[in-house]
Design a protein around this ligand. Sequence first.
Ligand code: BGC
Length: 721
Amino acid sequence: MREADAHPWMNPDLSPDQRAELVLQAMTQEEKFRLLRTEYGDRHPRPAGALGSAGYQPAITRLGLPAIQESDAGLGVAKPLDVGATALPSGLATAASFDPALAYEGGAMIGGEAHRRGFNVMLAGGADLVRDPRNGRNFEYAGEDPLLAGMIVGNAIAGIQSQHVVSTIKHFALNDLETARNTLSANIDRAAARESDLLAFEIAIEIGHPGSVMCSYNRINSVYACENEWLLDQVLKHDWHYKGFVMSDWGAVHSAAKSALAGLDQESAGETFDKEVYFDKPLRAAVASGEVPQSRIDDMARRILRSLFAAGVIDHPAKPAPIDFDADRKVAQRVAEAGAVLLRNRDSLLPLSAAQSVAVIGGHADRGVLTGGGSSAVQSPQGNAVPGAEPVDWPGPRIYQPSAPLAAIEKRAHSKVIFADGKDIAAAAQLAARSDVAVVFVEQWAAESFDLPTLALPDNQDALVEAVAKANPRTIVVLETNGPVAMPWLTQVGAVLEAWYPGAAGGESIARLLYGEVNPSGRLPVSWPRDASQLPRPQIPGAGLAAIGLPPRGKPAQDVDYNIEGADVGYRWYQRKHFEPLFPFGYGLTYTQFEYSGFEAHLKGGQVTASFTVTNHGSREGIDVPQLYVTQPGAGRVRRLAGWCRVALKPGQSAHLTVTADPRLLVDFDSRGQRWQRPAGAFLLQLGHSATSFQGQGKVTLTAANWPADAAPTGVLQACD
Ligand code: BGC
């Protein structure tokens, strides 16, 4: 029999829906149940056929369905660790680029490596909002703003899936802290959730069409995410018309019938991480008793099949193939260079000149650059640049990419470059005193499963920076951190560059930025607090002060009150509270200077737009990110990012640009009426260099309007012409 006769769903001319339906019709109940769960692929011993990564499901050869091989995560192929892969910089670095096309490119790079390793599902797409700079997984996410996070993550997902690999989006939803993540209840008003964290997911899903959504560990308003009918069935599948499948996080399932009826479609690695495999015997029993209808089982299987067809997993099977690591490293380098944020540059200390002698201090800069820990950690094919660094066990190992800033600086300097590891503070200060400039690398390791106990840098690094800066005020600090940290020495140093965890080519990228081969263009995707008292929760509920930041001691709180800030996450919170952050969202310096003029606000064809001219007044080519913020009419409203441009300009060059405000940022969710509504009145439009510094504003008057919950206003998704 010909393939097309035996397996009519192999006809690529049919739609993914038609193909999934045809397979479903041919399936036995046993085969359907096989689809509803994966196993832990990295178990000891490994399941036969598994590649040794996060998830595995055997092939159903009779139907021509391949094995499902799942790997973490959004920064590259994490496992098997010893095989290695190209590490992208932190998600926050990609977000700081404000460049959706670059996010797509990064996604395509890691998706391509996944496919060439034989994986067909990537557990990527971290879209939880940064509500707290101490959250241990911020480096996997895309910042505090729903439009920015949605645009960046959606494009990264689209990039991954362009390589015939299903991507997830995760962790759905409000898994915004790691402390007690398996039990805590994220308590939040539903409308506020829709306008913040859920909006980021909604936008990312609309752009990226991820084949799967991973429900998170935590509870939301008391109900576990993976059995939360409101979240999965009503919001995701009904209101957003989501056609893919919901898979659980590893150990996030607590029931069979309740989860299945709420909208969970696939249980991940339940045999290893859940109390029992709920989607095997217990779910079969629930079907037999009539508690779960057969139609729901069919729906679960159909959704999984549909996503496999839609991403091209069936038509373009993943199989081992050579990887061009040099080309992939270049992608990581572009992201690192576009995403690093220059926070301070007193008297134009940067860029460095080759003639200067340099003291390079601390941060293992002689070996490589830091990587965040947990399931997303990627190790280079060349191995860990600092093997044995603590902690070596979960959520370690602590991994460094072998891209040493020291070597990259040496390549550029024509004068002496000397390294001190920083352990001997006096020796480091002496070295700084006899060098033209000192570059101090500081690090803050963060990882999945715990939050950082404080904003302070660990290991006495503040004392190191202070001593070096005292010895030589021409001190530049390079931060390799999870995100914002306290910088008590800020005014004593000349320059600060936030490099995040800068990925596979981090050392080279940092050196290129320091020497002005590239002009810094990153803008903060998070607000930078002066201290923890400015945060909605000065203390993370339940977080103890563990010595090096490993899992906190003390009893975790079971409830986290996100109603404190509600939808006003990040810069909105600062505005509401009249707090002045240390550095605002959207902020970032360059080696040139941009000015805005001729601002005009318009209402055209129902769309709110702002046009203006941006001019490069400096002497270097550079990239600017003019940001459009909108404030709704009425008392107590705070501004929201509604669009932006990313524009490259030569010295003296100008560009006339128009940004269209995304209509989702003009509306609020009305829970009682189950609709989005736009108030009538004058909307304030402000053109920002950041969320607090404006050059140009105007008003546009709109009429009231509303849209049902399942037909939110759509249409723009970040436009700059
Ligand atoms: C993480 C997920 C990850 C999964 C599989 C969980 O601990 O929360 O992000 O995809 O493990 O490794």
